[in-house]
Write a protein that binds this ligand. Structure first.
Ligand SMILES: [Zn+2]
Length: 477
């Protein structure tokens, strides 16, 4: 038997209140009542704030409800809203925290189930939040945009410390985590016991086999930085998939030329695209495509994005031709042995990463099709280290690419050893792509931790110089 002291159904409301209060105030401060600050049917006119370790809790118990209100954080401040608190149990926790994308869990997250890494709200500004709980379905919105849509399956996956994050019934609480968080206008609408979200029509994710929930439960960031709107994937579809799978998507257009799908051609198109996606609940990325992008776009335009990545799948070959090495017809060995070609490819990769200020080396260590079977032979330690040297020198992250299953776990281990940070990326060709399976395998195989992961606050690209190292005709600008 687990350490559950009470059988919940026979508890009075009052003892529920006490029990939950004891849990939430481990520092000894007694919880204040939250009831006076939440009104039924209309927004409360009270404005109040909470500091670290303070807790307010309702005497009233709720099952299905819609809770709305406004909050305001300051730099580094954080509070949580809890619902379905039960005796000796924790219930679900909704995080309120804003600020830059630094790996901290952001506003609207359903903690350890649907963690979010970019907030749609800003420190210092009042923002709207709403939590709707209808049967097993939880919808959380920030500033009017749904950021969590979670339906608890029949058999949810929970680790021991999160085993009580379950749909039930109980009081609502607010707890300060750090700094000061202000609240106003809290309003609750209790809903009938049989309330349902009629828009929740899909089968919930099967958590008995799902990889995402296993990483969410560890509070390991689940972010796919390399999602392209191409092959029929629209931004609305990507948004739905992100909510449904519980994966934070970084959506990135290709800026430059020669790739597949949507291509931004100049600064004007970059700004237009940015305005189109800036308020969507994605991380906002951009991929430098082809080898002319550093000539074509201003740093000012590109630096609006949360992050920028590029790859070495397009090189300038020894005869000066642009060669997309993922197209066999563009790979010209020109009398070179494969070993010589490999040396050339490594040199090109080093040049690209030295001269083009990217945050992330994407599609890493990709080889032309007819060399792929001997990947481990071509990627010698010496060649691997040449590439890793550049990543270390410029603080560039190494993408673990789910679509291509690259780089090998051997290279990931060598990179970790050298302190290089990682991102996950799919590089999807259409709407039918996976849920970061290879990334999760690699994390487990290479024992990566959250500390090994890269976040946009680590970006060094704004300080780097653009070096025009290929002699292209200036175009675009
Ligand atoms: Zn891509």
């Amino acid at each position: 038997m687990k350490k559950t002291f009470f059988a919940v159904p026979i508890l009075s409301r009052f003892s529920l209140f006490i029990a939950a209060a004891v849990i939430l105030t481990s520092c000894g401060k007694y919880a204040r009542s939250l009831d006076g600050y939440i009104k039924e049917g209309a927004p409360s006119n009270k404005e109040w704030s909470i500091s670290a370790d303070e807790t307010l809790i309702t005497k009233q118990s709720y099952k299905n409800f819609i809770l709305k209100g406004q909050a305001r954080t300051e730099e580094g401040s954080e509070a949580s809203l809890y619902f379905h608190l039960e005796a000796q149990k924790s219930g679900y926790e909704v995080v309120l925290r804003n600020g830059p994308i630094d790996g901290s869990i952001k506003s609207g997250s359903l903690l350890a189930v649907r963690n979010l890494y970019r907030s749609l709200a800003e420190d210092g500004e009042w923002f709207d939040f709403e939590i709707a709980v209808r049967d097993k379905n939880v919808v959380i919105s920030i500033n009017g945009t749904n950021v969590v849509w979670y339906t608890e399956p029949m058999t949810p996956y929970r680790t021991l410390i999160h085993e009580h994050k379950r749909i039930g019934e109980g009081p609502i609480a607010v707890r300060g985590k750090s700094g000061k968080v202000e609240f106003r206008g809290l309003q609750i609408e209790p809903l009938p016991l049989d309330a349902r979200n009629i828009d929740d029509v899909e089968m919930p994710v099967n958590e008995r086999t799902d990889g995402v929930i296993r990483f969410q439960q560890k509070n390991f960031p689940v972010i796919d930085y390399h999602v392209h709107l191409k092959g029929g994937l629209t931004k609305d579809m990507a948004y739905d998939m992100s909510l449904r799978y519980g994966i934070n998507y970084g959506v990135a257009p290709n800026a430059g030329e020669g790739g597949v799908g949507r291509m931004l051609a100049d600064d004007k198109e970059v700004y237009e695209y940015y305005d189109e996606v800036k308020d969507m609940p994605f991380l906002r990325g951009v991929q430098g495509e082809g080898r002319r992008w550093t000539h074509t776009f201003s740093q000012e335009a590109l630096n609006k994005f949360d992050y920028l990545f590029t790859d070495a799948m397009t090189i300038v070959d020894p005869k000066g031709r642009i060669s997309r090495i993922y197209r066999p017809e563009e790979v010209h060995y020109d009398g070179m042995s494969k070993e010589e070609y490999m040396d050339y490819l490594v040199d090109q990769t080093v040049k690209i990463l030295t001269n083009e200020p990217a945050d992330i080396y994407a599609n890493p260590t990709y080889l032309p099709q007819d060399m792929q079977a001997d990947y481990d032979t071509y990627w010698t330690n010496e060649r691997i280290n040449k590439v890793l040297d550049v990543l270390v020198e410029h603080g560039i992250a190494l993408e673990i690419n789910a679509g291509l299953r690259l780089p090998s776990t051997k290279i990931i281990r060598m990179a970790k050893e050298r302190g290089i940070k990682f991102t996950f990326g799919s590089n999807n060709a259409n709407a039918n792509f996976g849920k970061l399976e290879y990334c999760f395998e690699a994390v487990n195989a290479c024992r990566l931790t959250k500390e090994d992961m890269w976040f946009p606050t680590m970006s060094r690209r704004a300080e780097r110089k653009v070096v025009l190292y290929n002699n292209f005709e200036p175009i675009g600008k």
